[in-house]
Design a protein around this ligand. Structure first.
Ligand SMILES: [Zn+2]
Length: 376
């Protein structure tokens, strides 16, 4: 997609708020007796090696086991796995699996990373697009935690346009059911408890090296609004307006920049979100999505099944009633019998279904237990 084509999509009046009933219908499954049925999903991490016949077999198995929709990782901040015109392309994986998934009765929603950008060409041409931490270091030169944490600044119109172009390209795949947003957030200012020792760090409060974004654009925007330069705050974490400013920067991208594009093409739009949303500045219960998928990865927080239930309940309560919540479960840390418990905890907490992370991690035994749990 070139700039002219993109601007045409965003042109005056072209982007309507077409959140019609079709979109909502596709998020809920209604049984013949009128009762609502759970809808189950599976994330699929990029896998370009498996041949199409094997995918067909896998998709048939997933459908049989109680999965209704798949979320393949089509763009993971480096290369696109579809015929993009604005991103570097690997293989046209989406084009290969799309008909195979549909033929097996599955919905398919393209999973795209949003804020991190690991494309060398963009890094060279637009270093100013990258987020800056409280010490004045760019995430491009000094990424937090791991090398790929090169997050873009959420306040810049050029960044919005870059992310919108990916969504716009995907939205135009006629048979695609939806777009799934991932990494639609800031870097973690505080990592989940169980992950901190992995990186050899203790985060007992918000430290400036993990706190974003203090770039000129963000600082000026906040200053215009409040008269305060956030860099001069003694304790930035205690300033409510500065917190809200950052929540709003992401909410604005979701609600005003991405949802209208998806809805214009009648696509469902969903997102993977954090249960501890404050630490990634992700106020997701204010997002007008068609589905929300909190990643209830209990082991990351040293928690158990009861926590999955409580987090599901908390999420359901915080969302408007018409937005379904699907509990994201972390398969590598669940034995097959534990997966049954996690599914039950999610349903008890009011989830409209399950999202598995990931289909790639499911063994035959996992599928057996999962199928039994979601069909009982
Ligand atoms: Zn910024």
């Amino acid at each position: 997609m070139n700039k002219r084509e993109f601007l045409k999509i965003l042109g005056a009046g072209a982007v309507g708020l077409a959140a019609n009933s079709l979109i909502f219908k596709s998020c809920f499954l209604i049984r013949k007796d009128g009762q609502e049925k759970h809808k189950n999903w599976a994330w699929i991490t990029t896998d370009l090696k498996t041949p199409v016949d094997e995918w067909k077999r896998k998709f048939a198995g997933m459908h049989e086991a109680g999965i209704h929709a798949i979320l393949p990782e089509i763009y993971g901040s480096r290369r696109a796995h579809y015929a993009s015109k604005h991103l570097p392309v690997d293989e046209n994986w989406l084009e290969m699996i799309l008909p195979a998934a549909k033929a097996e009765g599955l919905e398919i929603h393209a999973w795209m990373w949003c804020m991190p950008c690991n494309i060398e060409d963009i890094q060279k041409k637009h270093p100013e697009w990258f987020s800056v931490n409280g010490k004045g270091e760019s995430s491009l030169d000094k990424p937090a935690y791991v090398d790929y944490c090169k997050f873009l600044c959420p306040s810049r119109p050029e960044v919005h346009e870059f992310i919108q172009m990916t969504a716009a390209e995907l939205a135009q795949y006629e048979t695609l059911d939806g777009i799934h947003l991932d990494y639609i957030r800031y870097p973690d200012v505080i990592l989940a408890e169980a992950l901190q020792p992995k990186y050899g760090i203790v985060q007992d409060r918000e430290y400036p090296e993990y706190d974003y974004c203090y770039c000129e654009v963000c600082r000026n925007k906040f200053k215009e609004k409040t008269g305060i330069d956030p860099l001069k705050l003694q304790e930035p974490s205690e300033n409510k307006e500065w917190r809200q400013f950052r929540y709003d920067s992401i909410t604005n991208i979701v609600n005003d920049k991405l949802i209208p594009i998806a809805h214009k093409y009648n696509k469902v739009i969903s997102a993977a979100v954090f249960p501890n949303w404050e630490f990634v500045r992700q106020e997701w219960y204010r997002w007008n999505l068609d589905a929300v998928m909190p990643m209830l990865y209990h082991s990351f927080y040293n928690e158990d099944m009861e926590w999955i239930k409580k987090q599901t309940e908390k999420g359901v309560m915080s969302l408007p009633k018409n937005i379904p919540l699907y509990s994201g479960l972390y398969v590598p840390q669940l034995r097959p019998d534990e997966l049954t418990e996690a599914v039950e905890a999610s349903f008890d907490g009011g989830a409209k279904g399950i999202v598995l992370f990931s289909a790639n991690a499911m063994t035959d035994a996992h599928w057996k237990y999962f199928s039994k749990a979601v069909k009982s």
